[in-house]
Write a protein that binds this ligand. Sequence first.
Ligand code: ME8
Length: 543
Amino acid sequence: MTKSYYITTPIYYVNAPPHLGSAYTTLACDVIARFKRLDGFDVTFLTGTDEHGKKVADSAKEEGLTPEAFTDKYSQIFRDLTKALNISNDDFIRTTEERHHKACEAMWNKLEENNQIYLGVYKGWYAKSDEAYYTDDEVEVRADNKVICKASGKECVWEEEPCYFFPLSKWKDRLLQFFDEKPDFIFPRSRREEVINMAKALDEKKPTGEPKYDIPISRSKFKWGIPVPGHPDHVMYVWIDALANYITGVGYPDVESESFKNKWPADVHMIGKDILKFHTIYWPAFLMAANLEPPKRVFAHGWWTNEGQKMSKSLGNTISPYDLIQTYGLDQTRFFLMRAFPFGKDGDFSEKAIFERVNTCLANGLGNLALRSLTMLQKSFDGKMPVPDDLTSNDQKQLEKMHGLVDDVRKSIDKQAIHSALDEIWDGVSATSKYFTNQSPWKLAETDPKRMGTILYVTAESLRHIAVLAQPFMPDSMNKMLDQLGAPSDKRTIASLTWEGALKPDTALPLPTVIFPRYEMKELVPQEPKKRARVGNSRMPGF
Ligand code: ME8
């Protein structure tokens, strides 16, 4: 039976347009989902939008729209971006959908049935931008008297309202035990300590004796949310609603359905590091309390900054993915975002970096190698894949190296070390370039055409391995390269990376064309970052 693989992105708030950061998470999941599909898995890849809560309700009001009209409009903008980025999601969930309301109600009822909900009054800090509650120690007063969360820098206001609570304090030991039993739950491992320390504090009390970290899971001051079953004066807290999207997406509450049984627990929830606590503390506790298994892994990646500053709408320094795609091309943008810095770490955006990466690795590197070798095949072999002669030890070494790539790339993808997977593929590109240069087939056209044909065959077969493995990163361009190499469309999976799947001699090849054009530095607009045309949402449809 085909093994299933379930991967999710966070669902994005619709109060602001998508930017490079949200595109980054979705793209990373897309690369992994595409790789797993190529590797024979039955993949379910879910993304979507988070549409309830105070933040969204207020944004709708500011724009003079009803929350329904506002969320319809902005959710579509996120959906459009998935198309523009060539994202292969299998489903797009909106928390305003009926299926999600049903799932949330069922989860709430289960928690209530299991005595995991009690009524109380919340008195404390709330940051609308984060849709999060903070304790006294987590906030500080700034010089302008504003209270801000120390970690997120977001403004907090004092709230007092009747709420239903989830007794997180009681889950401390179970969570610690779970982290201990599942050392691979939190990735990268460097983030584990932080989560374990958070869990260790869960049974602390406020000076009043109340549990400090029990979570208010309903709100009674506004209406834009899923009504609490049996208590219509409360709506569910947006985070319990949002996290439940991951189970809605695979058929909850029908836990006996094939879908739920095959796909839950999810293989990976991909998130940014800002929402680690919600996914590694709140979510496993809610799930265990509702008799469900926690996901197998939560991977928290780092932040993109722009010229050293965190990208945010309020700073006006967000980068539009549409602008990058328009300037550099879709696959070039996809490649750059995944290669710019190690996945899991923070990284800074600079146009110089994207310009250099695209030219060096794609136009001058892989693209040039493919074009040169395929042009030689046209000129000297009538556009047909030559029949290779006996292989020298250099040829064999080269092909063995190519055959070894897949295992390394697979291991990296399974650790979500996406940058390492690309590094490994590019080691293959460098090895092939070196082989091609050392063997210098162009010198043999007159003297030894048979040997020339063998070198070009080995080069083409090496390029096939590279193109198959790089498809998840650059689907269109790599398919174009595989067309030019004469690889049949049913021989482009990971399983085809064997000697049996090798390119067939005598196959007629189409005329090669440039896959990755070279960019001139003058195409960039050297202005102040905040005034630049491609910074902000200048070309974001709908903005
Ligand atoms: O937090 N760099 O939604 P959100 C890298 N609705 N990634 C970034 C980024 C940046 N500068 N900015 C945003 C929410 N992201 C909740 C999630 S899930 C059940 C609910 C990415 O619209 C990153 O993945 O604020 C982050 O976690 C996500 O966008 C947050 O999106």
